[in-house]
Design a protein around this ligand. Structure first.
Ligand code: PRT
Ligand code: ZN
Length: 228
């Protein structure tokens, strides 16, 4: 909401790949907290900057709704939800403020190992099914490539879809490539280069949070520069 606030609230992942590096980065920016008993909220002690510990999927929505001011989330999640909002006519509610240098991965199209890959145009006119948890990014890419494939949305275990017969190929996050290999798939096209990002509202702040966010960004830039 538009309520005036004098504390900044940052959403980070509660547990998972980005949880630990996000907390470390914020601690390196000089923040310290007192944890609530349920461990969902951390009250900022060194600065009026609190943490909300949530599922990564919830972070874009929490920023859009003004429940949180900033968030640490994968670009893949942020772009996917921005695309989904745009598709139903909602305004852009958030933007990427900084790339954070951890949680790197690629959103890739992967095909069965025994396919000979010559390029995206080989998918045209085949009525293929592609399984993914990122339907809006995939649909955007398919439109760009003028490919008329069917998108099968799955919330997890996308890599087993070809073996189950739910889809011929998949579009999923890849880091080492081991998961694809274990499922006799190979990555062929990159749709998105992703990493953890600091996200904030599209509009910025008009109260005490503006100065807090500015200070945090300045400190973060210092920390990220040293890490490079
Ligand atoms: O509980 P919550 O919803 O918060 O967690 P989650 O399970 O949805 O997220 P999590 O912790 O798995 O991932 C959080 C973020 O980490 C993602 O949104 C990405 O931005 C980033 N990230 C980086 C990855 C990976 N690397 C990654 N490899 N997220 C997922 N994977 C998965 C991928 O989906 C596939 O299943 O790992 C598998 C592939 O890994 P490799 O090494 O075998 O290629
Ligand atoms: Zn998630």
């Amino acid at each position: 909401g538009a309520a005036t606030r004098d504390r900044l609230r940052i959403a980070i992942q509660k547990s998972g790949r980005l949880a630990e590096p996000a907390r470390k980065l914020l601690a390196a920016c000089g923040l310290s907290w007192r944890e609530s008993r349920d461990k969902l909220f951390c009250y900022g002690e060194s600065l009026p900057v609190d943490l909300l510990l949530v599922r990564d999927d919830d972070i874009p929505g929490l920023i859009a709704d003004g429940v949180c001011d900033l968030g640490v989330v994968g670009r893949n999640e942020l772009d996917e939800q921005a695309g989904a909002r745009a598709q139903i006519g909602l305004p852009q509610a958030y933007r990427e403020l900084r790339a954070l240098g951890f949680g790197q991965c690629r959103l890739m199209l992967a095909v069965p190992e025994d396919w000979e890959w010559t390029g995206p145009e080989q998918l045209r006119g085949k009525g293929l099914r592609i399984a993914t948890s990122y339907p809006s990014i995939l649909v955007g890419w398919l439109q760009e490539q003028q490919i008329d494939a069917q998108v099968v949305e799955l919330s997890g275990s996308v890599e087993i879809a070809p073996r189950l017969g739910t889809a011929e190929l998949i579009c999923d996050l890849v880091s080492s490539g081991a998961t694809l290999k274990a499922n006799q798939l190979k990555p062929v096209e990159t749709l998105l280069e992703s990493e953890a990002v600091l996200a904030g509202p599209a509009g910025g702040f008009d109260d005490a949070r503006a100065a807090l966010a500015q200070m945090l960004l300045r400190r973060m830039d210092g920390v990220l520069q040293v890490r490079e």
